[in-house]
Design a protein around this ligand. Structure first.
Ligand code: ADP
Length: 178
């Protein structure tokens, strides 16, 4: 199946996809940034659904329902904190994308939206994070998994430019969501 890659400037909590990905912390109990926004929009049932899941390791992913979100599911993944780049951060960030997409496929999810994991409070340099994100998604899609769309959601003004440049560099066709 040819998967559409799309790019949009906006808020991930309003995306109408099967699953949105949350850049969570180890506790999965909510936090700041996109994590806080997702928990606020999904409601308290999200926190209750996360509680029995326990700790989530960096680079791993866990699934819950989306509750009050338009998305049916939330995939919670924990990005690496940037500590200069020699603490395995690139591999761990790539693992977030791979683990999230694998979990999606395992649950029959067809459309997935990602925020720019680790590029906020966790301080991963944006252009490096985007290169890793796009490469990891491209590698996953190379096997032809049953995914219809992978959407990158850029929240900060100007972030979309980094994705745009990476798509151009890799000659990846992309569009806007329907
Ligand atoms: P991390 O701790 O992984 O760095 P943050 O939430 O601090 O997570 O930031 C990750 C990215 O999510 C940043 O690019 C930030 O601009 C973005 N972000 C924050 N709020 C939202 C939102 N509502 N929708 C999409 N992206 C968001």
């Amino acid at each position: 199946m040819a998967t559409r890659i799309t790019l949009i400037h906006g808020d991930i909590t309003v995306q109408k996809v099967d699953a949105i990905v949350n850049a969570a912390n180890h506790t999965l109990m909510g936090g700041g940034g996109v994590d806080g926004a997702i928990h606020r929009a999904s409601g308290l049932r999200l926190r209750e659904a996360c509680r029995p899941l326990g700790r989530c390791e960096t680079g791993a992913a866990k699934l819950t329902e989306g509750f009050d979100l338009p998305a049916r599911f939330v995939i919670h993944t924990v990005g690496p904190i940037w500590r200069g780049g020699d603490r395995d951060e690139p591999r761990l960030l790539a693992s977030c994308y791979h683990s999230s997409l694998q979990l999606a496929v395992d649950h029959g999810i067809r459309t997935v939206a990602f925020p720019s994991i680790s590029t906020g409070a966790y301080r991963f340099p944006l252009s490096r994070a985007v290169a890793i994100a796009v490469e990891a998604v491209q590698a996953f899609l190379a096997d032809g998994p049953p995914l219809e769309e992978v959407r990158f959601v850029c929240f900060r003004p100007g972030d979309a430019e980094a994705y745009y440049e990476e798509f151009q560099r890799r000659d990846i066709p992309f569009g806007e969501p329907d």
